[in-house]
Design a protein. Structure first.
Length: 94
C-alpha cells in the first residue's frame, strides 16, 4: 500500500533535511534542503503563496516526494549538493 503525496506532505517531520520531488515517470524534478522539512515542503502546495510560473508548473508535475532527515542544516546542504550532482533535476538551477 503506497502513501499518497498529500499524506506524505501532511506527515513531514520538523527536522532539517533534504526533499526530492519526482514526476510520474519517477524522474527527479527538484532537490531542496530545509531547516524544517514540514514548513518548507508544505509552502510549495499552499494556494496563498505567489510562486512564479516555473514553480507552479513544477508543482503541477509532482506526484511523489522523498525526504531524508539530517542532523543539521550543514549536513542537509552537503547532501543536497551531492543529490543535485547525481540526479541533475530539471528545476534546480545549475
Amino acid at each position: 500500500m503506497s502513501i499518497s503525496l498529500e499524506e506524505k506532505v501532511a506527515n513531514l517531520p520538523f527536522q532539517p533535511g533534504v526533499y526530492q520531488f519526482k514526476d510520474k515517470q519517477g524522474r527527479y524534478l527538484y532537490v531542496g534542503k530545509a531547516k524544517k522539512l514540514r514548513n518548507r515542503v508544505r509552502s510549495y502546495f499552499q494556494e496563498s503563496k505567489n510562486h512564479d510560473g516555473r514553480i507552479r508548473v513544477m508543482v503541477g508535475k509532482i506526484v511523489d516526494l522523498e525526504v531524508i532527515v539530517t542532523d543539521s542544516e550543514a549536513e542537509a546542504l552537503i547532501l543536497e549538493n551531492h543529490l543535485i550532482k547525481r540526479h541533475q533535476p530539471r528545476y534546480n538551477i545549475m
